[in-house]
Write a protein that binds this ligand. Sequence first.
Ligand code: NAD
Length: 316
Amino acid sequence: MNIRVLVTGGAGFVGSWTVAELVLRGVPLCVVDNFSSGLPENVPARVEVHDVDVRCQSELRRVFERFRPTHVLHAASDVSGRLAGSSEILHSADINVTGSLNVLKAMFEFGSRKLVFVSSAAVYGEVPEGQLACEDWSLRPQSPYGASKAAFEMLLLPLLSDGAIETVVLRYANVYGPRQPHGENGGVVSRFFDLVIKNKTVPIYGRRAEGDGGCRRDYIAVQDVVDANVLALLSDARGIYNVSTGRSHLTSDVLELIAGTVAVEPRVQWLPPRDGEIKNSVQDCAKLQGCGWLPTHSLAQGIARYAQSFQNQFAS
Ligand SMILES: NC(=O)c1ccc[n+]([C@@H]2O[C@H](COP(=O)([O-])OP(=O)(O)OC[C@H]3O[C@@H](n4cnc5c(N)ncnc54)[C@H](O)[C@@H]3O)[C@@H](O)[C@H]2O)c1
């Protein structure tokens, strides 16, 4: 198959691991990233990288004109508006809707054939306990981030079944693994690892009653997400898919697993839910499994693998 892949957000956590896998497979590719959270050193050497913001149509157009991608993995995104009540709605929409429309516009102009849009399980909002969110559920996002992802998904609906551009929407659960930023906007697993290793107090938000273990989330290892991205790009899949494990874990369980792996007794500060914090989020992954994809890591295995990468980093 004659394909050329452009990866937006290719210097970020998920994007860069996907780029590395595509390089291994010999796929010609280029990266677009504005390095707001991504790092140049995440991108394998010899990959063409463009320091471009997806909100800038003219610069994006120039990259398309030069590289002529047949396929686009659109993973660039801003994740700061993950809580409700924040004033992030304009910022989230600017990057996740306007920026995404710029990508789509360039794809139409330069005849790209396939778009894989990276969305999020945040589009579902709260999932009733005991249930798994399926792809055909109504979308009830509770955050500016989730709303902006849902808004762009809506704009893709006419393309999903029979459009000129083959389209796949991937709704990731909570991704974790090496390279994930561990600051305020980082993931739970990376943040906890960082705090536990530095012997700092670990804040756990979302406690609603004495003794509960915080929120419940579906945690998926980045290696499994990379497999889903590659499948979506290189197969003839179309449509909307959850990228999840179908299992949920309490935040306190995540901390316990991490602490056990690095043999540290963590200090915990229990905190109430933040504005708009979803209590329960878990997604059904049967649809993607039907395409031959499998989540291969349990949370315990994924955390052990992550811990190994820390040890290697300190040993080198
Ligand atoms: N990590 C998760 O748990 C998770 C869960 C659900 C969905 N997602 C989605 O996965 C994708 C990748 O997220 P990630 O976790 O790797 O985060 P990340 O912050 O590591 O990656 C995002 C990348 O996009 C780049 N970027 C941001 N704004 C940009 C802009 N305006 N123009 C160009 N580049 C820009 C950043 O510099 C970064 O390299 C995002 O679309 C995110 O919404 C992630």
